[in-house]
Design a protein around this ligand. Structure first.
Ligand SMILES: [Zn+2]
Length: 103
């Protein structure tokens, strides 16, 4: 593969990682995975929000705080929930508050 082609592949891959799904596909995914992720409809959502308000203060531009809160709330796998948060515009702990909790 030429360097130029490699560059194109890397750029495409970067764009795909940033891309969010269309609202219809997203809501279908969320419905199918609702038992595996923290959503606004989940019974633990108010507690999640309360704890995220604390984590957001020390935001390190990651979702590590969100993962910590999810583990503390008894979630074995925080990945589906962080997928949900990213789909709603939260790519770090303070954006969870700004773009999801307070949106
Ligand atoms: Zn942040």
């Amino acid at each position: 593969m030429t360097n130029e082609a490699k560059g194109r592949t890397l750029r495409r891959r970067g764009a795909a990682e940033r891309r969010t799904l269309t609202p219809v596909v997203r809501s279908e995914m969320e419905e199918a995975m609702q038992d595996e992720m923290m959503t606004k409809e989940h019974a633990q959502w108010p507690e999640f929000c309360k704890r995220m308000a604390v984590e957001a203060v020390g935001c390190k531009h990651t979702l590590d705080g969100a993962k910590r809160v999810l583990l503390a709330l008894g979630w074995d796998d925080p990945i589906p929930s962080t997928w949900y948060l990213k789909q709603h515009g939260a790519f770090c702990d303070c954006e969870v508050m700004l773009n999801v909790v307070c949106a």
